[in-house]
Design a protein around this ligand. Structure first.
Ligand SMILES: Cc1cc2nc3c(=O)[nH]c(=O)nc-3n(C[C@H](O)[C@H](O)[C@H](O)COP(=O)(O)OP(=O)(O)OC[C@H]3O[C@@H](n4cnc5c(N)ncnc54)[C@H](O)[C@@H]3O)c2cc1C
Ligand code: SF4
Ligand code: SF4
Ligand code: SF4
Length: 409
């Protein structure tokens, strides 16, 4: 049984599914490993044609091709901007740029591909062709999205000269580009500045933990505060007795075991710790991320509800940027400034010592136990206390007393 196509190291497979999309012989099964990450395994239908290797973004020929393309344009790109959409950033993770791009493509009768949860909170890439269906795609979901067979679907639309916007992690964009093996003038790709992705299995554990804790069925979940800017857990539960939704909101990622373990990179796919796409030049036509540290760079820009860092990486990226930029509030910046506060723009995440045992720990001891110990921030109690005092108004009183005492000294 042969596996992982280019090499048998898990670090060299991001799970993009380009290989299984290209195989006309149905000779690749995407099998979840013991941690819940999908890997390609060849089956007996394989005729050794070698096509799957040709479309893998980790194959040396594709790495060379991308480098040659980028070398040609790297004196011009990336062009970097701080930007947000006044209308659309509420409901988005940072500046609402994805939504602006997506609306633009749909207005051209095109198709937008992005990550959305299904009713069981399984994350898949899906195709959307109407504004009404865009909502589930908005917002970051901090786990790996299953791209299924959408690369083939995208190729079919491009052959008919339809407009397509694909948004995903850089490795998914790299997978799509390698799969297509040629440029299309109606395709726009946007990659995200990417920290890394835990598996669907780990998120399933967290969901079960929440449902057990609140004794109710989870009906909606957000990884970010979409009204203000930053990490935040919002979980909505059905309350059949009262016939309405109960919301539990944890205002800091330090209070959620899932978000805390995500922020500190405890449980990513193995390929994330050696990610070859965490660099400039970038793989997508446009790169979307958070413009952390914006206050130091553009102090007058209203950053209360999120500002995006945007990199325009190619002539194709410039086409769509020029079409949408007048609907945004933006300023020109540079990628080194963005990279100062956003390390994953230029470098992959380091692997923490807990990573190699973390899935085993959850399997052996159960998610709840690990959530209360290893996935608990050292700041957990202090933050809880602060929130409680804020609720009863004592925190503000303490701050006033503290400031008066400071002035008297
Ligand atoms: C796993 C992950 C890690 C990230 N890490 C960083 C980081 O370290 N630094 C940083 O600046 N930004 C990071 N981002 C990007 C950031 O959170 C915002 O998504 C980005 O700034 C775009 O914001 P927006 O307001 O324009 O769009 P949003 O409305 O937030 O739309 C986000 C887009 O991303 C797609 N998407 C959401 N979740 C996934 C997923 N799991 N896999 C693939 N596509 C997905 C959606 O389909 C949508 O198209 C990360 C995003 C993800 C998903
Ligand atoms: S070598 Fe050819 S037949 Fe075999 S899995 Fe790859 S693409 Fe399919
Ligand atoms: S094409 Fe994608 S899923 Fe297939 S081996 Fe390469 S990286 Fe893995
Ligand atoms: S860190 Fe790299 S390998 Fe991991 S999900 Fe992001 S782009 Fe893919």
């Amino acid at each position: 049984m042969s596996s992982f196509i280019v090499s048998n190291r898990k670090e060299d497979c991001c799970g993009c599914r380009a290989c299984d999309n290209i195989c006309a012989h149905h000779a690749i099964d995407m099998i979840a490993d013991e941690e819940g990450f999908l890997y390609p395994i060849k089956n007996d239908n394989c005729i050794d044609c070698g096509l799957c290797e040709k479309v893998c973004p980790y194959s040396p020929i594709n790495i060379e091709n991308e480098k040659a393309k980028q070398d040609k344009i790297k004196s011009i790109y990336p062009k970097t901007y701080a930007a947000y959409s006044e209308k659309d950033r509420i409901g988005s993770s940072s500046g609402g740029i994805f939504y602006t791009l997506a609306k633009h493509i749909i207005e051209k009768n095109g198709t937008v591909y992005g990550a959305a949860f299904d009713d069981d909170f399984q994350l898949h890439h899906v195709a959307v062709r109407s504004l009404d269906d865009l909502k589930p795609l908005r917002g970051s979901k901090y786990l790996q999205s299953n791209t299924g067979h959408i690369f083939s679907d995208i190729r079919d639309r491009l052959k008919k000269e339809e407009y397509v916007l694909f948004v995903g992690t850089p490795c998914q964009v790299a997978g799509l580009r390698a799969f297509l093996r040629k440029d299309y003038s109606t395709l726009y790709t946007a990659d995200l500045i990417c920290h890394g992705t835990p598996s669907q299995w780990m998120f399933d554990q967290h969901k079960a933990y929440l449902e057990n804790k609140y004794k109710a069925k989870l009906v909606d979940y957000h990884f970010r505060n979409e009204e203000m800017w930053g990490g935040c857990e919002i979980a909505d539960f059905a309350d059949p007795k009262k016939g309405k939704i109960r919301r539990h909101k944890l205002p800091s990622y330090d209070l959620s075991p899932y978000l805390y373990s995500f922020m500190y990179a405890f449980d990513y796919r193995h390929s994330c710790y050696e990610c070859p796409f965490a660099k400039v030049p970038r793989i997508g036509d446009i790169t979307l991320g958070d413009y952390w540290g914006i206050k130091n760079v553009f102090p007058t820009m209203d950053s209360s509800r999120g500002v995006s860092a945007i990199l325009v990486n190619s002539p194709q990226g410039e086409v769509i940027w020029n079409e949408i930029k007048d609907s945004l509030i933006y300023k020109e910046s540079d990628f080194n400034t963005v990279g100062l506060e956003n390390k994953n723009l230029l470098k992959h995440t380091e692997k923490p010592s807990i990573r190699d045992s973390v899935y085993k720990l959850v399997k052996e001891r159960g998610y709840e136990d690990v959530a209360n110990k290893e996935f608990r921030s050292p700041r957990f109690k202090a933050i809880k206390k602060k929130i409680l005092l804020q609720k009863v108004g004592i925190w503000q009183l303490m701050e006033i007393v503290h400031n008066v005492l400071k002035r008297l000294k």
